[in-house]
Design a protein around this ligand. Structure first.
Ligand code: GTP
Ligand code: MG
Length: 172
């Protein structure tokens, strides 16, 4: 039987958060004290193209897709330091874990986050114009510090993508 206290969600601390030394802040905002959820798994991941494409499959073909793949792979924030390209992948667990963490993360667009939900994690993010070779703005990139699963179906798919079953303690 489904136990609501066991709901799991995937969080990624993205390369912009790592570069800006916001890891501690993010973890503290998502702590059991603040968020009412607990760790079920954690690891540092080098994100290859296949994983990036699979994670963001729903956005394939959109104007910002390629820049999104470069962003999650750390190529944008560490162009000259491949060794620093990584994300921190976490599984959190608890009642309403998906909703609670999305609340603390805030709106996708950091400008909207600042306007409508100051204090949320993504209010500290940035929106960066993407220009073509002639300098014309063709899209924008949302550097929004963390990823958080948006539904139980997404959470299940994403956790399976980022973690092996043995990475998650059995009682979790
Ligand atoms: P994630 O937690 O990263 O999945 O963000 P989200 O669930 O709030 O948004 P969504 O899954 O729709 O989009 C994934 C990522 O694509 C976002 O974090 C943004 O970086 C980027 N993105 C989504 N929608 C847009 C958009 O309309 N324009 C641009 N430029 N980027 C977008
Ligand atoms: Mg999403």
């Amino acid at each position: 039987m489904f136990d609501p206290t066991m709901e799991q969600t995937l969080v990624l601390i993205k390369p912009d958060a790592l570069k800006n030394s916001l890891t501690g802040y993010v973890l503290s905002q998502l702590s059991e004290f603040h968020a009412g959820v607990r760790f079920a798994a954690a690891k540092i991941v080098y994100v290859n193209r296949i994983l990036a494409e699979e994670h963001y499959a729903e956005h394939r073909g959109k104007a910002f897709y390629t820049s999104l793949l470069d962003y999650i792979q750390g190529k944008v924030h560490y162009p000259d330091a491949p060794i620093k390209r990584r994300v921190i992948a976490l599984v959190y667990q608890g009642e309403n874990a998906i909703k609670k963490i999305r609340e603390i993360a805030g709106p996708t667009n950091p400008h909207v986050a600042r306007d409508t939900k100051p204090g949320c994690i993504r209010a500290l993010g940035t929106v960066v114009p993407i220009v073509d070779e002639n300098g014309k703005i063709i899209a924008e990139r949302m550097d929004n510090l963390i990823h958080a699963s948006s539904s139980p179906q997404d959470a299940e798919r994403e956790i399976k993508l980022w973690f092996r079953p043995v990475d998650i303690p059995p009682l979790m």
